[in-house]
Design a binder for this molecule. Structure first.
Ligand code: HGY
Ligand code: MN
Ligand code: MN
Ligand code: MN
Length: 420
């Protein structure tokens, strides 16, 4: 890693307070749909207010702040067009969201920008809060960073529709005051980055169980997101004999269990989850005629998890033949596993050592915008613990003191990288 620069020690209590203030402000009811569950989806008033909140914080420290054509929030402490180090995450929440998934990374990026200024450091910084990381608005994970990275084409983007009312992405983006027809210009959001670090809660419990303060991510799991449509024949639950039924839900049940078995057998930490299940007509006395189930297959070994997704599709076709139903498998998106940049990983570890903060290397099972930023610049991620590994749940909790320690480590890692 770069030579040991003189370590910049920060006032961790002040950083803890500011990170706690910013994250917990965002869980106030004006930033969520209710006082408990965080429901901050793309283009909703709550999401817009969250971006306005951080935009004000960033202007207060002298940053230029703008939104790119689809609504990714961007701020920079050097003139636009100049090279910078990128920091950030996302403000949108999962549909079953907690307070820290996303906002911790944005609050920490803002804190590092404050510390850079307070300590008279000369780091050129760009803070980004990406649109629709969770897919809670349009069912598309990492939508804002995929657009910026050029990972989604116009035809595919024109197919993207809101989960709740089926309205097109382009319509809702324009209605929210953005300029989606210029979506290709979002590429500039990732121009001229010398590196990128996203700090995030671990969303697992390794750090807590091993009593280690920070996780330095080595690789982010890739994933396949797909929908499987099974069409059978609905009929009277009482009048239809078991022999000869084409029960779409019974077929789906076989697929769910086989997905679980295939992932468990694949090794390399491969995982498969069926999280969504729509049943038509969904009545107690009617044989299900049609089912849609979602598939989320992930892993750090591309061959292993892509192989499981393919095997699940083949199994579904086989079940369909046996049960007299039809199966249609539609991929929403597939993103490869993403290795982190060794020099940035090294700088984070050296800074953690100099800060006297324990750390360990680990991979990320969760997907992150960092996977898309990696298309355009060297990237790395830093994890802080979340209580009992709980995330994508209102009970999600983290300690802002870990966020303060992480901000000192990120600040010093960037000092090392900038002066190498
Ligand atoms: O699903 C994910 O991996 C991320 O938390 N959106
Ligand atoms: Mn997240
Ligand atoms: Mn998430
Ligand atoms: Mn993320």
């Amino acid at each position: 890693s770069p030579p040991a620069a003189s370590h910049v020690a920060i006032d961790r209590e002040r950083s803890r307070e500011r990170i706690a203030r910013d994250v917990l402000t965002l869980t106030g009811s004006q930033y969520t749909r209710s006082a408990t569950a965080v429901c901050r989806y793309a283009y909703t008033p709550e999401w817009k207010r969250a971006h306005e909140y951080f935009a004000a914080q960033l202007r207060d420290i002298g940053c230029q702040v703008w939104e790119d054509p689809v609504g990714n929030l961007v701020a920079q402490n050097v003139p636009r067009g100049e090279r910078a180090y990128g920091l950030g995450s996302h403000c949108d929440s999962n549909r079953n969201g907690g307070p820290w998934d996303g906002p911790l990374g944005v609050a920490l990026a803002v804190e590092v920008a404050r510390l850079n200024r307070e300590h008279g450091l000369d780091l050129p910084l760009r803070v980004i809060s990406f649109l629709e990381e969770e897919g809670s608005g349009f069912g598309q994970l990492l939508l804002g960073s995929r657009i910026a990275a050029g990972r989604i084409g116009e035809a595919e983007l024109r197919e993207v529709r809101a989960i709740d009312d089926g309205r097109p992405f382009f319509e809702l983006a324009a209605e929210a005051g953005h300029d989606p027809e210029r979506f290709r210009e979002s590429a500039a959001t990732l121009d001229d980055l010398d590196g990128w670090i996203e700090t995030h809660i671990e969303q697992g419990r390794v750090l807590q169980d091993e009593r280690v303060t920070l996780g330095v991510v080595e690789a982010i799991s890739g994933y396949v997101h797909a929908d499987l449509y099974l069409e059978g024949r609905s009929g009277h639950a009482g009048g239809t004999p078991m022999q000869g039924r084409s029960d779409a839900l019974a077929a789906a049940a076989e697929v769910v269990l086989e997905a679980e078995r295939l992932a468990a057998d694949a090794g390399h930490g491969t995982v498969a989850t069926v999280g969504e299940l729509d049943v038509e007509p969904g009545l107690i006395n009617v044989i299900p005629g049609a089912v849609r189930l979602s598939l989320d297959v992930r892993g750090v070994d591309d061959e292993a998890f892509a192989g499981v997704a393919t095997a699940i599709e083949a199994f579904a076709q086989d079940v369909a033949r046996r049960r007299g139903v039809t199966a249609r498998y539609v991929v929403r998106q597939a993103v490869p596993a993403t290795p982190m940049d060794a020099p940035i990983v090294g700088a984070l570890e050296a800074s953690a050592d100099a800060a006297g903060v324990t750390h360990r290397r680990m991979s990320s099972g969760a997907a992150h915008d960092t996977m898309c930023v990696a298309v355009r610049s060297p990237v790395a991620m830093l994890f802080v613990p979340c209580r009992d590994g709980i995330s994508h749940a209102p009970e999600e909790d983290a300690d802002p003191a870990d966020g303060a320690r992480a901000s000192e480590v990120v600040l010093n890692a960037l000092v090392r990288l900038h002066h190498r």
